[in-house]
Design a binder for this molecule. Structure first.
Ligand code: BYC
Length: 325
């Protein structure tokens, strides 16, 4: 928790001076990356730890809805692709936990915050994948929304986060394409397959639109994140990019976006109807959806993996020269 000083704005913490902040912000304005050993405002550090650790948790919890389908994939080809995708998400979690660790938080502290619900993870992963088409729709819409957000974050001011994002985005692009290819195929298939794709779109459209965060007017963190070059676009700007790309593509695939108010304005933007934010917050708090189940699953994985961590610690602490196996 950072402390503010009387008579200074909230983003300047106790012991920091406006001059330090001005020099720091000049570096960002000049396009320099901030690296782990550099001076940084305590609030910049806090915001990055919050956001990167929540992003890491999202990748790891995000393995659950798709992972359920590995044993039920319809063909060997689809199974192999899905296994690679889920494994990629674990890798993304690793890069991101490492990036957050460079800011002085430990892996244990982050996991504890996830399991005690002090830290959030993306609302989208509290929804169930009820049919095989949901796996394709997650790839197309969820990875599609994530890429829009993460391409922006690849240009962010913190070096380790920015570099992690470059690699993650290239993998997410493959995830997005495989999801789109699946859904386009099913939408052109039998009436039953097309209906399965449409039902999946009906389930995932609104959660995907919501996952990019509350409207800018209700986003308490955007001000500081934009000030410090962490967010280069606002939640609503990223959402608009996502909608503009995906609505025409879904229509071209023969599917109907489940928003009766969706229309194109004179500037060519696709304008969505009202978003149900009550649902969004209830899902984040675990009052609706699978939040409780997701945390219980992560807790079980943590408990069942304790012996592996203990064995690794014992191995690392073994006397010098002792045989490794
Ligand atoms: N879900 O001030 P705001 C993936 C919270 S995973 C839950 O606008 P901010 C994938 C927000 O944290 C991709 N909570 O926040 C993996 C804040 O609460 P706190 C995940 C949300 O940070 C597996 C409060 O609402 N991507 O690609 O300025 C399989 C107020 O919001 C959500 C990332 O994590 C939400 N959807 O902006 C497939 C990207 N939205 O923390 C795919 C990194 C908002 O103050 N994160 N909240 O208690 C970000 O870019 C930003 O954090 C957000 C929110 C745009 C999400």
């Amino acid at each position: 928790m950072t402390q503010t000083q009387p008579n200074l704005p909230k983003h300047i913490s106790a012991g920091e001076t406006p001059e330090q902040h001005a020099a720091f912000e000049a570096r960002i304005a000049a396009g320099e990356k901030i690296e782990p050993g550099d001076w940084m405002p305590a609030e910049y550090r806090r915001q990055l730890i919050r956001m990167i650790s929540q992003h890491a948790h999202s990748e790891v919890v995000g393995m659950l809805p798709e992972g359920e389908w590995i044993s039920k994939a319809p063909t060997l080809k689809r199974k192999t692709i899905l296994m690679a995708k889920v494994q990629d998400e674990a890798g993304h979690g690793q890069y991101l936990y490492h990036a957050a660790e460079t800011l002085g938080i430990t892996r244990e502290e982050m996991i504890e915050a996830l399991l005690t619900r002090k830290a959030k993870y993306s609302s989208i992963f509290n929804y169930p994948t009820t049919t095989w088409a949901d796996v394709g729709m997650v790839g197309w819409l969820v990875d599609g929304a994530a890429i829009k957000n993460q391409t922006m974050l690849a240009g962010c001011s913190y070096g380790p986060y920015s570099r992690a994002m470059v690699r993650i985005c290239s993998e997410e692009t493959f995830h997005h394409k495989q999801g789109k290819e699946m859904i386009v195929l099913y939408a052109q298939g039998t009436p039953e397959q097309k209906q399965m794709a449409q039902d999946a779109l009906n389930r995932w459209w609104w959660p995907a639109v919501q996952m990019l965060g509350p409207h800018d007017s209700d986003s308490p963190n955007t001000g500081e994140l934009s000030r410090w070059g962490i967010k280069l676009k606002t939640n609503d700007e990223v959402r608009q990019e996502f909608i503009n790309e995906h609505v025409p593509e879904l229509m071209e695939a023969g599917l109907t976006v489940p928003d009766p108010d969706m229309h194109q304005d004179e500037a060519g933007n696709w304008i969505h109807g009202p978003i149900d934010w009550t649902e969004f917050w209830a899902v984040i708090k675990g009052e609706r959806g699978l939040g409780k189940q997701r945390i219980a699953t992560r807790q079980a994985a943590q408990d069942e993996g304790a012996w592996v961590r203990d064995a690794l610690e014992a191995y690392m602490a073994r006397p010098k020269g002792e045989a490794a196996d």
